[in-house]
Design a protein around this ligand. Structure first.
Ligand code: SAM
Length: 357
């Protein structure tokens, strides 16, 4: 993810009534920046986890409403709430914590027993994203910040490695009271949400999704602010397998690369990106600007500037006006941080482009 300061800085020169697109919306940082500036926005992401997180960034509710919904869910049997079984689950969560997570998960997948009105939809999006955010992470000495036994926060360890880690350290899971953590987190993250803006998030492949007006609306975009998958990065979906389970996926790691750009073959990667730049251009005003932050894994020894230039050239839709180093992202905020084997930092570039004449 890029820091909020990046899209905020880019969009500082946007004017009232303009519309913003992020065709690789991830956690919805661009959408949130647009919202802070009162700009209409659309996000697309092919990862269901990312699409849900993006959706939460455009939703509005209150800490009380989100906590009340969680409380109501915990008191009401869900249509389906069976807990997954196996060593990983026994070590990852204390039994009552897992039971409560599964009950809320069941209601979020089928809310028929809760009688949720369309006006409550945003509260549902925010509760879902809040739970996804606290599903796994490091254990703390004070009040727990995450439901799980010791785990990284950014990605979920694969089950066998996680179990080995806990067994070796004789580290059973601690009970975490689900409602207490939801309340604390809701108060912390949702206390002062900016007003809603006209906005939409589509879970789909941008190569198709941008062609459909029902996704992106009739009004053309003025800004495309985005960060495509870095070259060689193919693990967005499997790295998020536990959050993917929470939103209805399999309780095992899913290795699907469905709709994901980022594979190892350079030609295909460039072709896929250029297709998105083309479709985005077709949905933009002639005066629109495209701003991209991009990098590649150091282990692949590819120059990100050369890759992104080639993808834009191949699209025949955009002309680069500026390309410069983005500097070194602070530790923990880089896409490549999750790859402990890569070492070093990833060189990132910022590219500004305008519509080709
Ligand atoms: C670098 S991340 C975006 C991070 C985002 N800027 C943020 O701040 O959270 C790239 C995103 O592109 C998504 N993605 C990959 N291929 C895609 C495609 N064909 N269409 C839409 N999204 C795609 C991935 O799922 C991932 O969430």
């Amino acid at each position: 993810m890029f820091p909020l300061s990046f899209p905020l800085r880019v969009l500082a020169s946007a004017t009232e009534g303009q519309k913003v697109l992020d065709p690789f919306s991830g956690r919805g940082t661009t959408l949130f920046a647009a919202r802070l500036l009162g700009l209409e926005c659309v996000g697309v992401d092919s990862s269901p986890v990312a699409a849900h997180l993006s959706r939460a960034k455009i939703s509005w509710s209150t800490p009380d409403a989100v906590t009340d919904l969680a409380e109501r869910a915990l008191k009401t049997p869900a249509p389906c709430e069976a807990a997954p079984k196996g060593e990983f689950w026994d070590w990852a969560y204390a039994p009552q914590t897992l039971e409560d997570i599964c009950r809320i998960r069941g209601h979020l997948l089928d809310s028929s027993n809760l009688g949720i009105s369309p006006e409550d939809e945003d509260t549902v999006h925010l509760l879902r994203a809040l739970l996804m955010g606290v599903l796994h992470g490091p254990r703390t000495k004070s009040l727990p910040s995450y439901f799980s036994n010791q785990m990284p926060r950014t990605y979920a360890t694969k089950p066998a490695a996680a179990v080995r880690f806990w067994q070796k350290r004789e580290m059973p899971p601690e009970e975490v009271r689900v409602i207490d953590l939801v309340r604390r987190r809701a108060l912390f993250t949702l206390a002062e949400l900016p007003p809603r803006v006209d906005s939409y998030v589509e879970n789909g492949d941008s190569r198709d999704a941008l062609e459909r007006k029902e996704n992106i609306g009739k009004k053309p975009f003025d800004w495309v602010v985005t960060s495509p998958p870095y070259f060689g990065m193919r693990s967005y979906v499997p790295d998020q397998w536990l959050r993917n389970w929470f939103i209805g996926g399999s309780p095992d790691v899913e290795y699907s690369e469905r709709g994901q750009i980022g594979g190892k073959r350079e030609v295909e990667f460039i072709e896929a990106l250029s297709s998105v730049w083309q479709k985005a251009a077709a949905a933009c005003h002639d005066s629109a600007k495209l701003v991209i932050r991009f990098g590649s894994l150091p282990s692949l020894k590819k120059d990100p500037a050369a890759l992104i230039k080639e993808s834009l050239r191949a699209s025949e839709a955009w002309t680069i006006s500026t390309i410069k180093s983005a500097g070194v992202a602070p530790s923990g905020r880089r896409q490549a941080d999750q790859f402990s084997t890569t070492g070093g930092y990833v060189g990132e570039v910022d590219v500004w482009a305008k519509r080709a004449k």
